[in-house]
Design a protein around this ligand. Structure first.
Ligand SMILES: O=C(CO)[C@H](O)[C@H](O)COP(=O)(O)O
Length: 267
């Protein structure tokens, strides 16, 4: 990390002296992600079963949990990884792991998000792990979402970036077309996510941890009723799951240039 900072800084308001720079204004996006992740790990207690998220923000939380285990400040943690990537990271850091079959109730999950709306609805899955994330975070008593301020949007899809949908490979272009048609009024363009071929080879569909493909929905306008949109998407037989996480986050931690804010959905 380039500049010195206190990852435990807790500022919820703009500084009183208007002309002084905001406390975290010099930090990079990566440093802000780390601050949000460290703050979330303060919710972790010894003996907990913890859902370990996926992505560049969540990886800081996984690393921090491992550090605290090594220092003896946390004990008897069981991690439930939300992707093969996180599984590999946790194994390399020596975090004891399990799965939902053995631990169907998760005490706390910590994960990043691609978008967060004012009601704490999320877009997730731009990293491709939405299905396992939704299963594990849906089984969690508490779900703490960690983001830097760039992830805050006025409405779902509002960043102009993808709202991912995991689909079965069979006739995926048929499913892609159906999804595009579904949100035509919102100016939807649906694209099958492709992975650049190695060594200059042809691009091929990106494959999830579950052997499925991803259709990314790009929305020009607000789709409105998210629950209704969710139901319509899930009605297509070719759809496995979508990346809108509605009403699931219990706590949001945002790191931005003015500091860290912690917002509880129920408090
Ligand atoms: O849903 C996810 C992976 O599928 C990630 O949580 C989401 O993409 C955020 O990632 P990052 O912290 O790297 O911005």
């Amino acid at each position: 990390m380039g500049s010195a900072f206190d990852p435990f800084v807790m500022v919820t308001e703009e500084p009183a002296v208007v002309n002084s720079p905001p406390p975290l204004s010099n930090l990079t996006q990566e440093e802000l992600k780390k601050i949000a992740a460290y703050k979330a790990v303060e919710f972790v207690e010894s003996g907990m079963v913890i859902g370990l998220g996926t992505g560049s923000t969540a990886k800081h939380a996984v690393a921090r949990i491992s550090e605290l285990l090594q220092e003896g400040k946390l004990k008897d943690i069981i991690g439930i990884p939300t992707s093969t990537t996180t599984h590999e990271q946790a194994v390399s850091l020596g975090i004891p792991l399990s799965d939902l079959d053995s631990h169907p109730v998760v005490d706390l999950s910590i994960d990043g998000a691609d978008e967060v709306d004012p009601a704490l609805n999320l877009v997730k899955g731009r990293g491709g792990s939405l299905l396992r994330e939704k299963m594990i975070e849906g089984a969690s008593k508490k779900f703490v979402v960690i983001v830097d301020e760039s992830k805050l949007v006025k409405y779902i899809g509002g960043s102009g970036l993808a709202v991912p949908v995991e689909v079965v490979p069979f006739c995926c272009d048929f499913t892609r077309g159906k999804l595009e048609e579904l949100f035509r009024e919102a100016g939807c363009v649906a694209k099958l996510r492709m992975k650049i071929g190695s060594n200059g080879g042809d691009a091929t569909p990106a494959v999830t941890d579950n052997g499925n493909y991803v259709v990314d929905l790009y929305l020009e306008r607000d789709i409105g009723d998210l629950e209704a949109a969710s139901e319509k998407i899930l009605r297509f037989p070719g759809v496995v799951e979508h990346g809108m996480f509605l009403g699931m986050a219990t706590t949001l931690i945002v790191a931005g240039k003015f500091g860290v804010t912690v917002k509880d959905r129920f408090g």
